[in-house]
Design a protein around this ligand. Structure first.
Ligand code: HEM
Length: 188
């Protein structure tokens, strides 16, 4: 199954990223620190979303429109009175997205991040004193639907991607993790 291969081949890089993020996120102590985290995700994920939306074949993922959008990040920033800057990550910092398969590899990382998002949300709520769910919509992902949306995503890629196409999706997912990890190092 492609979803299992993706999990396996990105396991180490995910662990490394998770570890350094947790260390860094533990030092978030107020709203200003949290806003920096929102900016970091917004500049990278919004840039990815532009490219993914251009190249994704909706036949493979009909519920794409309902999936988490970086608009949630923009709304979270607006909640704190900040208008998100139009300056997104330059393409030299992003994984290559030139076709549908690469778009799916990127989307694997973006969708999978909703699973860790729940943990990040709890940390930020506790540490930055954010009351209620306002300003946390991105990290709350699909809330109680998160597991279901993740399963549906995995089923879609497992059903539609044939053996010869797998390597491109896997390469793209790994590249996305590396690029995000580098972006994280540059900005926090
Ligand atoms: C504090 C940071 C993070 C924590 C604590 C965290 C934690 C987790 C957890 C608990 C899971 C579920 C693992 C499982 O069910 O087997 C997960 C899955 C995943 N996370 Fe993270 N994560 C973090 C950051 C990220 C980020 C920033 C990304 C992407 C840029 C990411 C991408 C993924 C992906 C793709 C999966 C799915 C793995 C699979 O195929 O099952 N995570 N994460």
């Amino acid at each position: 199954m492609l979803s299992a291969e993706l999990k396996e081949t990105t396991k180490i890089i995910h662990q490394l990223l998770e570890k350094k993020m947790v260390v860094q996120l533990k030092s978030v102590g107020d709203k200003e620190d949290y806003i920096k985290v929102l900016h970091l995700f917004y500049s990278f994920f919004a840039a990815l979303e532009v490219s993914v939306s251009k190249h994704l074949d909706l036949y493979f993922l009909p519920d794409y429109a309902q999936r988490r959008k970086t608009k949630a990040l923009a709304n979270d920033l607006k909640f704190f009175g900040i208008i998100p800057l139009p300056a997104l990550a330059d393409k030299i910092f992003l994984p290559e997205i030139k076709n549908h398969l690469q778009a799916l590899g990127v989307l694997y990382v973006m969708e999978g991040s909703t699973l860790g998002g729940k943990i990040i949300s709890k940390m930020m709520s506790r540490q930055a004193g954010i009351i209620g769910m306002c300003g946390l919509s991105f990290f709350n992902g699909y809330e109680e639907q998160t597991e279901r949306m993740w399963l549906t995503f995995k089923q879609a890629i497992d059903q539609h991607i044939i053996q010869d196409e797998k390597a491109i999706v896997i390469q793209s997912a790994n590249d996305t993790f590396i690029k995000f990890s580098n972006w994280f190092d540059l900005h926090l």
